[in-house]
Design a protein around this ligand. Structure first.
Ligand code: PMP
Ligand code: GLN
Length: 380
């Protein structure tokens, strides 16, 4: 068989979760919360099923949910979004990213990706017959060098993909970054895909620079988010994309024949949740900041060196004082010999920076889980 995705194997998240299970390790690898989803959401899901919302939803998503997403965009970012023509509910952010790429990217095009990049970006680009052009972020601060991005633009550049708060580093774009990006794209017809799944998990009073706040960028963008991160339910796989009507129309052509529509009961549950408990997302930053701070303090008592975490629910640690193993070998050793599972950074890169000794730990966990991990990490 001549494979269409020769570089793709099993994802690092699956590999590490399996290894964690085999060795009974505390799994801080794959990013998922180990605490329950809000009660109201479970009750609303059950109520939706009992009320008979078990058949196909409208292709673009149920109107009540699209209206609730539009209200949230206005409340959080001051953005006027038309629920009818600009919002599409998807099966997770992953489907939204796939659709957005396939909606605009043609064979032979180039797509700019900032490394380290979340793992689903490049396969979508490859399947579209295009080429990912990888620009490395600063290996310590994970800041973007916009001049390097500018230098990578060619007449074939069709799309640029950004992600803030960033997985795996937690780095966030500043208003200055948004201005630089707007300036860079101004005279071009390049589209923008903004992956904002960690939009509500931001710390220390920072402001999430959603593309929805920046009209000039929004006019050419797909803004993607996921309820999995915000409502502790990564397994429900409900997300959405916001894009101007013409882009949404193309996006929906792909969505229509990819899945047609998304799990109907959960759409009703999120519509209820968003309208009845809008403060949930506003409290999420403080909720995770307490976890981040406690975990960081505990890590300072180990030989791992925690990096700063502006947003998201991952803590990067520098393990160079513990081991000189390359990161994939290190995280396997840590799982097997010390019973704690992390994610290496190298799978997020086309070319991992030489000598980088960083691993990612997920702190979207109960205190007891984090304490159990720290007890083991303290023995390194
Ligand atoms: N983008 C990023 C940066 C992510 O971390 C994730 C999930 N972990 C996704 C997209 C995919 O989100 P979903 O699970 O809703 O498909
Ligand atoms: N996004 C999650 C992470 O970064 C993993 C999702 C998955 O397993 N595909 O850990």
């Amino acid at each position: 068989l001549q494979t269409k995705l020769p570089k793709v194997g099993t994802t690092i998240f699956t590999v590490m979760s399996q290894l964690a299970a085999e060795h009974g390790a505390v799994n801080l690898g794959q990013g998922f919360p180990d605490f329950p989803v809000p009660d109201r959401l479970v009750q609303s899901l059950e109520a939706a099923m009992r009320a008979g919302h078990n058949q196909y939803a409208p292709m673009t998503g149920i109107p009540a949910l699209r209206q609730a997403i539009a209200a949230k965009a206005l409340r959080c970012y001051g953005a006027q979004v038309d629920a009818e023509s600009e919002i599409t509910v998807t099966s997770g952010a992953t489907e939204a990213i796939f659709n957005a790429v396939h909606a605009v990217v043609r064979p032979g095009d180039e797509v700019i990706v900032l490394d380290p990049a979340y793992d689903c970006y490049e396969p979508a680009i490859d399947l579209a017959g295009a080429r990912a052009v990888h620009i490395p972020l600063d290996p310590q601060t994970f800041a973007v060098d916009w001049e390097r991005v500018r230098a990578a633009i060619t007449p074939r550049t069709r799309l640029i993909m950004i992600n803030s708060p960033h997985n795996p580093s937690g780095a966030m774009f500043s208003a200055e970054d948004m201005r630089a990006l707007a300036e860079l794209l101004r005279e071009t017809d390049i589209f923008l895909l903004s992956d904002e799944v960690y939009e509500h998990i931001v710390f220390d009073g920072r402001r999430h620079e959603s593309v929805l706040r920046w009209p000039e960028l929004r006019a050419r963008a797909f803004v993607v988010s996921s309820f999995g991160k915000t409502y502790h339910c990564t397994g429900w796989k409900i997300g959405y994309a916001i894009a101007p009507p013409a882009l949404s129309a193309e996006f929906r052509k792909v969505h229509q024949y990819n899945v047609f529509c998304t799990f109907a009961p959960a759409q009703h549950a999120f519509a209820a949740m968003l309208s009845q408990e809008p403060e949930h997302d506003e409290q999420l930053g403080a909720f995770y900041q307490a976890k981040r701070d406690r975990f960081r303090q505990q890590l300072l008592g180990t030989r791992l060196k925690p990096l700063d975490v502006p947003g998201g629910y991952f803590q990067l640690v520098d393990y160079s004082t513990v081991s000189d193993l390359p990161d994939l070998e290190f995280v396997k050793w840590l799982t097997i010999e010390h019973g704690v599972t992390a994610i290496p950074l190298s799978p997020f890169y086309e070319t991992p920076p030489a000598g980088q000794r960083l691993a990612r730990l997920c702190f979207a966990k109960n205190t007891a889980t984090l304490d159990a991990a720290i007890e083991r990490l303290a023995k390194l």
